[in-house]
Design a protein around this ligand. Structure first.
Ligand SMILES: Nc1ncnc2c1ncn2[C@@H]1O[C@H](COP(=O)(O)OP(=O)(O)O)[C@@H](O)[C@H]1O
Ligand SMILES: [Mg+2]
Length: 330
């Protein structure tokens, strides 16, 4: 590939316009084609701001785990670049990974060891971990994920949810700048999901950037400040969650006993996709001051009982952008 600029010979390839010192994960045209020819990730440009809880959302098979494995240096991209904490992966894997807590698709556990012994073993594999404080570190991590009572049980007797939490505990042994969690609530019951969400919020409030993947839309909406939506290996959209949903398809909703007149006036005011359902008229908000739109209704004699914007959900955004329903069940 022809490179005109040689401005950054030491820092590796540039990472796109949004990448800066406050970007903890930045990819550019990141692509993975598996040997069988499967294009799992296709030209991905991702920018994860420091301090965000970043939801990496997409149906099963959309390329989330493959992306995460490239970010963590576990597999090589076919093309494109990935930077994590400012360093190029997989080249800087050795320096970057100690600063990242990761839970990737079914943590590798020793079934014949207890939960606690799994963590002790995991901790001792970390050359930066002080052996004198190992037991305390492990106890704190077990406590944080609610596994203290089950710590002496063999991991093979754990439920899927408990295994998931044990994997999370392993990621929490050390304070990290970045946590990468691949479907952390997979296999958890609603109570377990709530616990993980509050844990994620807690970690984020300590300043840790959390990058988590999920195929569950509402989960992302509940916990994430930012999100990227994937479909078939491609990035559909990314940004602050509030903007993604609102920008996608906010609806202007007018409630009135005069829906016919209201629809006419609203069309004159520039509202698109006007739909009348009994006493409700909805449509895409016109690109003008909504106070004027409301005034126009009133001066045309329309009796306005309700007038407001209904926030679109991320699901609306996904459907609008892909023309497909989001497969909630995965
Ligand atoms: N090792 C592999 N070899 C071949 N194809 C793979 C491999 N891993 C994943 N895939 C394929 O790549 C696509 C994306 O998979 P994945 O990244 O696991 O998606 P997600 O995590 O979003 O469910 C899927 O079609 C999957 O079958
Ligand atoms: Mg996956």
């Amino acid at each position: 590939m022809a490179e005109l600029s040689t401005a950054e010979p030491d820092t590796g390839p540039a990472t796109g316009p949004e990448a800066g010192p406050d970007t903890v994960i930045a990819t550019r045209a990141l692509t993975k084609r598996f040997r069988g020819g499967q294009l799992a990730v296709d030209g991905l440009d991702l920018a994860v701001p420091a301090g965000s809880v970043f939801g990496f959302l997409g149906p099963n098979g959309s390329g989330k785990t493959t992306t995460i494995r490239m970010l963590m240096g576990l597999i090589e991209p076919t093309s494109g670049t990935a930077r994590v904490l400012g360093q190029a992966m997989p080249r800087a894997t050795r320096t970057v990974l100690p600063q990242v807590g990761a839970l990737i698709e079914g943590p590798a556990l020793y079934g014949f060891l207890s939960g606690r012994d799994n963590l002790l073993r995991y901790d001792s594999a970390d050359p930066t971990a002080d052996p004198r404080t190992r037991r305390a570190r492990v106890a704190a991590a077990l406590d944080r994920v609610g596994l203290t009572a089950a710590a002496s049980k063999k991991a093979k007797a754990y439920s899927l949810g408990m295994k998931q939490r044990l994997g999370l505990a392993a990621a929490l042994l050390q304070p990290r700048r970045l946590l990468v969690l691949d479907e952390p609530t997979n296999g958890l019951d609603p109570q377990g999901m709530r616990e993980i969400r509050s844990l994620v919020r807690e970690l984020a409030s300590d300043g840790t950037t959390v990058f988590l993947s999920s195929h569950l839309l509402d989960e992302i909406e509940q916990v994430c400040s930012h999100a990227a939506v994937m479909a078939r290996g491609r990035l559909i959209i990314q940004g602050p969650v509030a903007e993604l949903a609102a920008g996608a398809r906010g609806l202007l909703v007018v409630t009135t006993p005069d829906p016919g007149d209201a629809a006419r006036v609203l069309k004159e005011q520039g509202m698109a996709d006007v739909v009348v359902e009994e006493d409700r008229v909805t449509g895409e908000p016109p690109d003008r001051d909504l106070a004027e739109v409301n005034a126009a209704l009133v001066s045309a004699g329309v009796r306005v009982r309700g007038f407001g914007l209904e926030r679109a959900s991320l699901e609306d955004a996904f459907v609008a952008l892909t023309g497909e329903g989001f497969d909630v069940a995965g």
